[in-house]
Write a protein that binds this ligand. Sequence first.
Ligand code: DON
Length: 313
Amino acid sequence: MSRLAPHRSAPDFRPVLDRIAAEIDATPERGRPADYIPLLAEADPRRFGMAVAEPDGTVYGVGDWRRPFSAQSITKVFTLALVLSMDGERLWRRVGREPSGNPFNSLVQLEYENGVPRNPFINAGALVVTDRLQELTGDAVGRLREFMRAESGNAGLDFDPKVAASETAHGDRNAALAHFMASYGNITTPIPQLLDAYFRQCSIEASCADLALAAGFLARHGTRADGSALLSRSQAKQVNAVMLTCGTYDAAGDFAYRVGLPGKSGVGGGIIAVVPGHCTLCVWSPGLDRRGNSVAGVTALDRFTTLTGLSVF
Ligand code: DON
């Protein structure tokens, strides 16, 4: 297939998506669904969906692209954007923006870095961001849901209380991270309340279409679906940059090498990716590699950028 020039209109991506879906369908290696959250372990690794959203809100896709799944850590992009929109640079006193080179739920760097997490996308950093959103709004998850509903146009988008409860029951590591950071004064929300907000945040059910649309502000240089500004152009660049360097944890180097786009994964098997100025993508397949990224998802994004020639490089 010939390469597509940038700025092509929506229908031009459809043959690419069909081709990718056919290739994925013929690939037996799918990884394994996350099993540390028992409810996620039930997902079928053969499922696959992919959506592309254009900056004007046109969205289309292939496979299970309208089927809701557990957004998990993809929501960390939205909480980060909301906090930056309200708080600007102040957040960076409490969380860094360097890749961690460690698994998403690692504790090891926190002690010798004095309770300041490496970046906002590892769990420790996301807990700080949710804490800040709670400080700023008094209702972090309510604001997150409201934002994701507005951007996706899906008024029914919601938390899954069963997934949140499943995580709460297996939440010892996140509780440890939160308590440890509180000992350095880097968490102010009472820990049970913070964990409840964080687990509800992770449990948001959304489809590839919802998430590709909800991330659209990152392709529109910070502009929301209604035309208002969420972030400045510079802040949108910053979020995209942190996604590129930290969005897939200790696989961020490999993801940048293969896909060449800012991306953010979740253990539900979803990955969002951004082609600034052009489109946002979301792919879903529940089977994960050992670093917690969707096997078919990374392959599909790799194929998308290879076939279309679209990347930030
Ligand atoms: O904190 C957790 O363990 C999960 N709720 C979210 C983790 C996640 O999605 C990490 N991503 N790959």
